[in-house]
Design a protein around this ligand. Sequence first.
Ligand code: BGC
Length: 767
Amino acid sequence: MTGDPPSTTRRSFLAGASSLALLAIAQRVCGQTRSSPADEAAIEALIGRMTVAEKAGQLSLFADPIRIGTQDRINPDAGPKIDENLAQRIREGRLVGLFNGTGAAAGRELQRLAIEESRLGIPLLFGGDVLHGLRTVFPIPLGEAASFDPALAERTARAAAVEATAHGLHWTFAPMVDIGRDQRWGRVAEGAGEDPHLGSLFAAARVRGFQGRRLSDPDSLLACPKHFVGYGAAIGGMEYNSVEMSEQTLHEVYLPPFKAAFDAGAMSSMSGFNDLNGVPLTAHRALLTGLLRERWKFRGLVVSDYTADRELIMHGVAADEREATRLAILAGVDISMQSDLYNQHLPSLVDSGELPVAVVDDAVRRVLRIKQLLGLFENPYRSLDPAVERRNTRTTSARQLARESARSSIVLLKNRGDILPLRKAGQKIALIGPFGADVANLAGPWAPFADMRDAVSIEQGLLDTLRDPALLETVKGCDPEQEIRGGFERARAAAKDADVVLLAIGETQDMSGEAASRTDILLPIVQQKLAEIVIATGTPTIVLLRNGRALALEGAVRDAHALLVTWFLGVETGHAIVDILFGDHSPSGRLPVSFPQSAGQQPFWYAHRPTGRPQTTAEDPYWKARYRHVSNEPLFAFGHGLTYSRFEYGELDVGDGRMAWDGSLSVRMKLTNTGPREAEEVVQLYVHDRVASLSRPVRELKGVQKLRLAVGASRDVSFTLRRADLCFYDAQMKLVAEPGEFSVWLAPSAASGVAKTFVLESPAPGG
Ligand code: BGC
């Protein structure tokens, strides 16, 4: 037996209150993510008073059945119905909290039930999917990663936290830090793209932004890097599919963003739906406990993904729900999301001796520690104040930030003849395509709390900006995936009649996101047809792509005068796009995912290994590692993005070209803005280990600097490389750096730049 039998007597309630008070006192002296010995003692005392059923309750999370809010696309109802008996569940302490419901007043009432009417008075934890804003929607995470500006992501995450906590949330299931190298996978949209270095910078920045200064601050949102781990490598890019990968790739590519997030203070994580080399993550003890807790010393909690514990049965590693429960908790999944399995099976598993109660206690300890760090024991009503909710909803400053982050996310891929920027007056503009006036596809695939009432379409942005709005003609041309009667004819006529066409084409938001994998990454056929018709008129055409992944661009679209990637940019879409189109701001975004030549090249990413027969030039098809009809060169490389100025990269300076074993190497170059405008350049540092015991990627990103330079200005750009930047996992899975020759580039993309070589020297004898 572990604790008192359930009782609702006054006496036991008061006893519960005293442990709450003890926790509250301890809370005041704790730091951001560390609990004091007094906190820990208070938690132990509380655990000592809990029944196993109450413990199971603290490990069971449910979708909020009554405060669903503006969500129109929710998870399948795969869990138990808890709406009729929600109050009773709370009184009985049979849930740790709720997720994906918002509303301060209603949340307060639910919290009151937990505090005043449950035996132990343990506060509820309210979570939700806040990936890129709550009501005020910022660009999708992939889009924002294109800013190559983690500080910006930190600011949008902070703003999201302020709004989300005002609406009663304590916990966001974000950032999503899965690396996405196969663009067929729909969830590429939710992450920071294909690169572990960039992914790590964004993971850490977002954690800092969400969690703020101290977790106990009322506007701090507990971060939850997800989905631990490898989920993005689903075979064939098919959602929820199995993952097969080497230990080396796991540790070098897929784990680093998680490590960065935990190092930045993230105190929770969500395990992935996927299996990895046959072991579903929900049952992956080696990773959840061995790596995460024991090696990385992670002290936070792990929550399963939605009903993923029950899905162990479908994975074929558990015979029934009871076994699934046991596997998940033993692996290190502290909280079961939505299946109710822990409530149903933990008590009897403990009773029968199949599960040591110490395992359950460990999980409960981690959960209570989080509640305590969030300040919930001291102030259970934190983040549940309707006045703050009113004040901090859709603020002007959040809205301004939405515009800034949206325009920083736009990537200019091509600008033939410097057709951009456009003049605000004196020319007829035809806005053609299904996304010109569209407001239904601005938020992106997973912004379940978005308030898009006054979101700005491209058309609206133009009307707000053009001196003579009568010079704008908007024609839809077609629906995203089907023709409309007379659409092509109207589009052709409008294009002919205009001085310039803005062609708004791409993906709807439900073509990406969860459960939205595509077999190809082309524009929908009907939109490709529309593009062919419009571009054939000869009117200069600027393509505005809307997309949640890299696309394979074909035909006339490639020949357009200008191409801009505009992702799903959120509430300020139209304004951000006009900021760039008319040159009030120069574009500064860069691709966080490679654009291939052909859809069939997926997965396609820049940091691949060289092969024994690498293609040496784009024209070299013979007996080389490439497909018959396309070159391996990306159509647009990772890191690529133009602006309205030009930057000249000076010669690379690596000093004497030698890095001592315990030393560093400074890599310098003079950058000059030789173009006509002040603009920003993203200087990228890449390395390649030329000869190593394992074949190393052709290039790997190791540093990024985004710099603003006035016209004619120069700047000495300098990076410092250390041995740690050159490490990899060898055949024995030892993290090593191997002395020898390396290439280094400072570059505007993964396919260009100025290069030198340097040598990592051997350690001094005895060193
Ligand atoms: C998704 C998670 C999400 C959860 C709760 C799942 O289907 O994979 O990313 O946090 O639902 O909405």
